[in-house]
Design a protein around this ligand. Structure first.
Ligand SMILES: *[C@@H]1O[C@H](CO)[C@@H](O)[C@H](O)[C@H]1NC(C)=O
Ligand SMILES: *[C@@H]1O[C@H](CO)[C@@H](O)[C@H](O)[C@H]1NC(C)=O
Ligand SMILES: *[C@@H]1O[C@H](CO)[C@@H](O)[C@H](O)[C@H]1NC(C)=O
Ligand SMILES: *[C@@H]1O[C@H](CO)[C@@H](O)[C@H](O)[C@H]1NC(C)=O
Length: 205
């Protein structure tokens, strides 16, 4: 699964590279995003100001999954952004693996973000089987340092990440193929501490 996803991502980035030039992705200090660096992700505060964290979602069968959500008035979780490409600075054409650095209260081997079926689209979840890779794309060339996330499925489809409210009132990150839906606009802050504040964890039953 992981190998297929990686091959698909290399294929897509090769196709994309061939037609346009890659732009270096910048953090909120204006520095290039480092391959393997830790960042906290947030929506631009001028348009809502939510931080990207995880929330446990209970399934009807009693098992739990960790969903990626946007939440106000919390600290964003340290998030590692890494490309399998041998690049130092991440560009808008680097296939990416995004993962939380740590999850409070639970130990998990696999904190990678992936995308799985969800009633209102395809939800960004943590630790499920990897099914593709992300790209960071400029949100608007007129607005510097603001980006959207695009997900490429290993079978070739792609979509952009938007916010949708679920039945528990969480703002879930969801992938849509509907071009008319407003993308989630993100900025990347350098993260030096790897602490996840336990009170940030939201349990949804
Ligand atoms: C947020 O958006 C405003 C307006 O587009 C922009 O001027 C500002 O630089 C952005 N802030 C960050 C942290 O990117
Ligand atoms: C419980 O349901 C979820 C979502 O439908 C599913 O992913 C998971 O595998 C199920 N767990 C068990 C133990 O059946
Ligand atoms: C990455 O960015 C840094 C800082 O702008 C720059 O000094 C360096 O040359 C870049 N590396 C590559 C391989 O482009
Ligand atoms: C990012 O966080 C991880 C896990 O907390 C830590 O092991 C790693 O050293 C950090 N990486 C950088 C480049 O700071």
């Amino acid at each position: 699964m992981k190998t297929n996803a990686l091959l698909a991502c290399f294929f897509f980035s090769a196709v994309l590279f061939a037609i346009t030039t890659a732009e270096i992705v910048l953090d909120t200090d204006g520095d290039p995003l480092k391959n393997g660096g830790n960042y906290s992700l947030s929506t631009n505060y001028t348009i809502g100001g939510k931080q990207i964290i995880g929330a446990f979602i209970e399934h009807p069968n009693g098992s739990w999954s960790l969903a990626v959500v946007a939440k106000s008035y919390v600290k964003g979780w340290p998030t590692k952004i890494a490309s399998p490409c041998p690049t130092q600075n991440i560009t808008t054409y680097s296939p990416l693996w995004i993962s939380f650095c740590k999850v409070p209260t639970r130990r998990s081997e696999n904190l990678l973000w992936t995308v799985t079926p969800y009633p209102v689209g395809e939800a960004v979840m943590v630790g499920e089987p990897l099914s593709g890779c992300f790209f960071i794309k400029p949100f608007s060339s007129a607005k510097l340092h603001q980006y959207k996330l695009v997900f490429f499925y290993e079978h070739g489809k792609c979509g952009h990440v938007v916010l949708k409210t679920d039945s528990h009132g969480n703002y879930r990150l969801v992938v849509t193929q509907d071009e008319t839906e407003q993308p989630l606009v993100l900025v990347f802050h350098k993260e030096t501490s790897d602490e996840v504040v336990a009170s940030d964890i939201s349990m949804v039953v």
